[in-house]
Design a binder for this molecule. Structure first.
Ligand code: ZN
Ligand code: ZN
Ligand code: FE
Length: 742
């Protein structure tokens, strides 16, 4: 019979697996790779062939994901033995490429074995582990189309590569100290003699900042116990407050720093090796690593180089993305010393090129599931399988901040790696080149391009410039809710609660505190936060005190408490808000959080998006049960009076209530008004399922309170898991909405 296996079946040891299985069962035939996946011819008696087929799914190699197996009966050719045949070139590429995978246990054992020829070799890998997506330049996934093409295999490596019984059979990045990439430590533009790893460890121990080449780009490293070094890294990188992630040698060290339950341990040790956000535990890292944060982002080593380094440091190391401020992470060797020269004291680099820039992924455990905050290395380019499918090839361009794009066909949504904020040339280039790369890799020729309604987003402009494609505009918050539906394999209708910073509304105002009756086809805006002016437009995003002024003016008018009204520029901003000139109306929940953070004195200005809200959450006392109450007025739409939350905040401030209590009561008040609004809408629509989406739900305290409260009222609640709740999930939502308009 003829067999075809589709899914992630190349570069993961699938052919040797088929070969081994068939040989064990005494079956004859052959197996090979082509652009569509794995093909095979199997000959033998029907019972043994049936055994073979059941074992095929059950015993597949760990990195494989079998999507579909198709079988076609054929007369026996009388073949003897079982062969692995060569890959034919050409054909339509539709096979899937594996994500990069952490070093496996077998390779770790060899790495630590003085008798092994790859003892302490920082590039050891095999069919089950190592770089994949980050080194692939084209399909089929074969060495000449990876960045390993530059290295000719030595005789010993070639023997392993060609031996079906070897665990490195067709491991495309296979290499050894004799033939593969080599490590180099550079300082002042020159190589440092001696062992690069022990020299790097010495540098870290003395407080130096070292740029270290990883799988998807350069990291900047300092000893996480060294407050002075971490502080210096912050100032050189122009990253004042955003927390750094740390890498620890093993799970035991992770347990020292954080509370690690079973799910957290599974996430930390998974072959995807994301940064896992966890509650801090008994032992601390330096204050400057994640100042004022109750959580810490932790990851375990995922390359052999990390294992060697962390093993020698034997403690936590800050590993933050190698960039200045908000630029994309540096991944090219020819530009690293230029771009990071002002930050790093030394560069630990090597000559295996990174083809595509890929950041670390960020996840957290929530409600017994993994919740992606940033979906990138280790996850991409695995597709999100959707329940509804795509009748045509679709490109969805995503939003502006935390951009991802998505290319979709059949049941597969290929959501891209984290591209970043589309506000500079470098990021835009990653975006356009990424789209071209994904189109080639997955043989997707889009006919439809989905985009945000915001005319100024660079992603929208790109979409509209591709005038050979049929454009479908998808409202930002509709895309958020559609993403949440697709994430959960559902199609609605639901009550969608989309709370975020800002998104362009269908009425050309800025939305962000929305209750939508939505399915994948369309939506109706049933309720939202009562709009307030955003004085100075986008200037208010960086200066939360402007939102405080707008909200206080809307709440108290001429009666604004003097403590606020006496601040410099206050009157100017209030006049701007009242004039409506350069003060667009917004129903954004994120901006309401900003206003409260500024009113209680946490932050007047911010240096990254969402910072004020994050700090308000971090200050909130999670044991406080008191709750501010916002009224609801009207029916079509229902309007939520954010000003009433502001009034309660100011009342408590005057009474001298401590900030953590006020912050908690405000959070509880937002959860409460979401729950009550959903109650009202359930009555009018008869719909009892709620989907929560938008960046505001990265707020763990709010998300917990909201989910618990909704469940207690009998709602079924959908939250994100496979794609981020923030704008990183928007491209998936756009794609599934566009699919309904094919
Ligand atoms: Zn391995
Ligand atoms: Zn070799
Ligand atoms: Fe958004």
């Amino acid at each position: 019979m003829a067999l075809r296996v589709e899914g992630i079946v190349q570069g993961v040891g699938f052919r040797p697996f088929v070969h081994g299985l068939a040989t064990r069962l005494g079956l004859a035939g052959y197996v090979g790779n082509d652009a569509a996946g794995v093909f095979a011819e199997i000959e033998g008696d029907p019972e043994t062939v049936a055994d073979f087929l059941s074992a095929l799914g059950e015993q597949a190699p760990p990195l494989a994901t079998v999507d579909r197996v198709t079988v076609e009966p054929r007369p026996c050719q009388g073949t003897a033995g079982f062969d692995i045949v060569a890959s034919p070139r050409g054909g339509a590429a539709s096979t899937l490429i594996s994500a990069d995978s952490a070093t496996c246990d077998d390779c770790l054992a060899e790495l630590a074995d003085p008798a092994d020829r790859r003892y302490r070799y920082p590039f050891i890998n095999c069919t089950q582990c190592g770089p994949r997506f980050t080194i692939v330049r084209g399909v089929p996934y074969d060495r000449p189309l990876t960045t390993m093409a530059a290295f000719a295999m030595c005789a010993e490596c070639a023997r392993e590569y060609h031996d079906p019984a070897d665990r490195r059979f067709h491991a495309q990045p296979v290499c050894c100290p004799a033939c593969g990439p080599a490590l180099e430590l550079r300082r002042d533009g020159k190589p440092v003699p001696g062992d690069p790893i022990s020299s790097t460890v010495d540098l870290l121990r003395t407080g130096a900042i070292v740029a270290i080449k990883g799988l998807g780009g350069y990291h900047l490293a300092v000893d996480a116990r060294d407050d002075e070094a971490a502080t210096r890294l912050r100032s050189r990188k122009h990253r004042e407050d955003k927390p750094f992630a740390v890498m620890v040698p093993d799970l035991g060290h992770a347990r020292d720093l954080c509370e690690v339950d079973d799910l957290a341990a599974t996430l930390l040790t998974s072959r995807r090796r994301p940064i896992v956000l966890l509650p801090r535990g008994r032992r601390a890292v330096a204050e400057a690593v994640a100042p004022g944060n109750r959580q810490l982002g932790v990851m375990l080593p995922y390359t052999p180089l990390h294992h060697l380094l962390l093993g020698a440091v034997a403690g936590p190391v800050v590993l933050t993305s190698g960039n200045v401020s908000d630029e994309p992470i540096v991944y090219r060797d020819d530009e690293v010393e230029d771009r990071l020269g002002g930050i790093a004291d030394a560069f630990l680099t090597h000559d295996r090129a990174i083809h595509i820039r890929t950041d670390d992924s960020v996840v957290r455990p929530f409600g017994g599931r993994e919740q992606l905050q940033r979906r990138s290395r280790g996850y991409v380019p695995e597709p999100v399988i959707t329940a509804t499918g795509f009748p045509d090839h679709i490109l969805a361009c995503g939003a502006e901040l935390k951009n991802t794009f998505c290319l979709a066909k059949d049941r597969h949504a290929f959501v891209s790696h984290h591209i970043g904020d589309l506000e500079n040339y470098e990021t835009l280039r990653s975006f356009t080149e990424g789209i071209e790369h994904f189109q080639r890799l997955f043989d997707i020729r889009p006919r439809i391009v989905a985009h945000d309604l915001h005319p100024e987003y660079l992603s929208t402009k790109y979409a509209l410039e591709r005038d050979e494609l049929a454009a479908v505009g998808v409202q930002h918050h509709h895309a958020h809710i559609a993403a949440c539906l697709a994430d959960n394999g559902e199609s609605g209708p639901v009550l969608g609660v989309a709370f975020d910073g800002l998104g362009y509304g269908s009425d050309a105002t800025l939305w962000g505190g929305e209750f939508l009756l939505a399915d994948l086809v369309g939506f109706e805006r049933l309720a939202h936060l009562a709009p307030v002016p955003m004085p100075g437009g986008t200037a208010a995003i960086k200066q939360p005190w402007r939102m405080a002024a707008a909200y206080l003016d809307a709440t108290f008018g001429a009666e604004v408490p003097e403590t606020f009204a006496n601040r410099p520029q206050w009157q100017n901003v209030v006049s701007l808000a009242r004039s409506g000139v350069h003060a667009p109306l917004t129903s954004s929940a994120g901006r309401l959080f900003d206003a409260v953070a500024a009113i209680v004195g946490i932050r007047d200005t911010v240096n990254y998006e969402g910072q004020a809200a994050i700090e308000l959450e971090q200050r909130a006392d999670p044991t406080e049960t008191g709750c501010y109450r916002a009224g609801l007025t009207g029916t079509d739409p229902v309007l939520i009076a954010g000003t009433e939350l502001i009034r309660s905040t100011v009342d408590d401030l005057r009474r001298g209530v401590p900030t953590p209590v006020i912050a908690a009561r405000f959070h509880n008040g937002i959860a409460d008004v979401i729950i009550r609004t959903c109650g009202v809408l359930r009555k009018s629509t008869g719909i009892g399922t709620v989907a929560l989406s938008g960046g505001v739900f990265q707020n763990l305290l709010l998300l917990r309170r909201t989910v618990q409260g909704l469940a207690a009222c009998g709602f079924r609640v959908l939250t994100h898991s496979r794609v981020p709740t923030n704008d990183g999930g928007v491209s998936l939502g756009q794609a599934v909405v566009a699919a309904t308009r094919c």
